[in-house]
Ligand binder design. Structure first.
Ligand SMILES: [Zn+2]
Length: 490
């Protein structure tokens, strides 16, 4: 079995011919066949099929020795990437893609690449390596576009990997060993986390034999804001927004939940609910992938990130219902359910990042946090929660420019009041079990230090699908990577 992790370069190149391909996908926006492919048989096939907008036709074994030719006529009212991805997914083997001249070539290639994604790292019988070529196109594929695709592949690969290959220690090693160019990637081990007071995160990890780890990513941040220098009292946030980089305070903070397997703790999940729980680190995967893009494309934004890597298991030393633990910001927290563990991890990360780095524009958490969010919004929308209307609007607008969708859910003092406990400062779940998605965000918001603006994305539904749709395959989708990038790159 393969144990090493290889970062995938998406193998796309350009070519002038299409005679070496097993399959060719022609994407067009007009009724006639593009000139390079004119052929009486195709004309007849197209006429017979009455190929209409958004329809996809495949012709097998009939054209220039290729096994398959696909023709997609784009529906102008639907996102191009989604349509191309769905057509691509129905193909196998090395492929060519021809994009009609009047179409957005980048959106077509993006859809093509994400539709071509396969996770085959653990198949011992090597399949023929796939290659993809952009045929007869004047367009060059930019480094930015290829890196964006590679980042989403990275997020998908990390989520699809089995938990025994990506426990907190192995995932830490894997991420640190990626060839980062200019991002400072720092790992805090369990001893350091204990020293720094990550009491909630360590409680979650207490039932596992594998110690917890927190990975911190720093881009364009001056050393004076480094974690042990106590940056909090240096300047007010926002005052440095016109300064040249690197900045004493980053503009943006991103924190991700990285529960590499969630059995639910002592309040164990039923078997079906546990089956997919290798995906409970998808928020961390999206965070890592977003930083990979920022790093590889030398984006000159000042950003800090942190992912909390833990397993939530049932070992003899596991945390128990009604235990009281002390959070990073000093609040005491009563455990009302061991399976509401993601908010404990995020709460400590939120406190650490907001206190230490004081991001001047916003702090966003991203996590597969609640089943309640899946029940409310299904697989196609992430839940967006923020007490700051302007911030919520901006994230919504950023998401609207991507293939990823978000839907705002409430977060205000009516929710945060519900997190107050009787014999401790806070509790991690309310007995009423209502408004579960909002209550998760409300809990985390208690640990963000003023005046940092905060928003939360619950990706429990769209991070891992049972059925493919558009650019999203079944299983890991890489969801969240695009929203984070779009919002940071604004
Ligand atoms: Zn859980």
């Amino acid at each position: 079995m393969k144990t090493s992790f290889t970062l995938r370069d998406f193998p796309i190149s350009t070519s002038d011919t299409f005679d070496q391909k097993q399959a060719l996908l022609v994407i067009r926006d007009v009724s006639e066949i593009p000139e390079p492919f004119q052929n009486p048989f195709l004309e007849a096939a197209l006429k017979a099929s009455k190929l209409s907008d958004g329809k996809f036709l495949t012709v097998e074994g009939q054209y220039q020795g290729m096994e398959k030719l696909g023709i997609l006529r784009i529906d102008p009212n639907k996102p191009l990437s989604h349509q191309v991805a769905e057509a691509t997914r129905s193909f196998e083997g090395s492929m060519g893609i021809y994009v009609g001249n009047s179409l957005d070539c980048n959106a077509a290639i993006f859809g093509f690449a994400l539709g071509a994604y396969r996770f085959s790292n653990y198949l011992t019988k090597e399949k023929e390596p796939l290659s993809y070529e952009l045929v007869q196109s004047p367009h060059l594929v930019s480094h930015e576009l290829l890196t964006r695709i590679q980042s989403i592949y990275l997020a998908r690969d990390l989520v699809n990997m089995p938990s025994n290959e990506k426990n907190p220690q192995k995932l830490t090693l894997l991420v640190r060993n990626l060839p980062w160019k200019s991002t400072v990637v720092r790992a805090m081990d369990a001893d350091e986390l204990r020293e720094k007071g990550f009491g909630m995160l360590l409680a979650v990890s207490s039932g596992s034999a594998v110690p917890a780890s927190v990975l911190v990513f720093e881009r364009n941040i001056a050393p004076m804001a480094s974690p042990d220098s106590g940056a909090v009292d240096k300047q007010s946030p926002g005052s440095s927004s016109q300064d040249p980089l690197p900045k004493p305070f980053p503009d943006y903070g991103i924190i991700g939940k990285g529960v590499t397997f969630d059995a639910g703790g002592l309040q164990i999940k039923p078997d079906k609910a546990m089956a997919d729980m290798k995906m409970d680190m998808a928020g961390a995967a999206a965070t890592i992938a977003a930083f990979w893009y920022l790093d590889q494309c030398d984006v000159a934004k000042s950003v800090v990130g942190a992912v909390g890597l833990v397993e939530n298991l049932l070992g003899g030393s596991a945390f128990k219902p009604l235990d009281i633990v002390r959070a990073h910001n000093g609040l005491t927290v009563e455990i009302h359910h061991t399976d509401a563990e993601g908010r404990l991890v995020l709460g400590d990360l939120a406190s650490y990042v907001s206190q230490t780095y004081l991001p001047s524009k916003w702090l966003v958490s991203i996590a597969t946090l609640t089943g309640a969010c899946m029940h409310a919004l299904g697989y196609d929308y992430a839940g967006l929660m923020s007490e700051d209307d302007a911030l919520a609007r901006d994230i919504q607008a950023a998401a609207d420019r991507t293939c990823e969708s978000v839907w705002r859910l409430p977060l205000d003092e009516r929710m945060t009041e519900g997190t107050h406990a009787k014999i401790a400062d806070r509790k991690n779940l309310t007995s009423e079990m209502m408004a579960g998605a909002s209550m998760g965000a409300a809990f985390v918001s208690q640990f963000v230090c003023e005046p940092v603006k905060y928003a939360h994305l619950d990706i429990a539904g769209p991070a891992y699908r049972t059925k493919p749709r558009g650019i999203f395959p079944s299983e890991a989708t890489g969801f969240g990577t695009e929203i984070l990038l779009e919002y940071v790159l604004l």
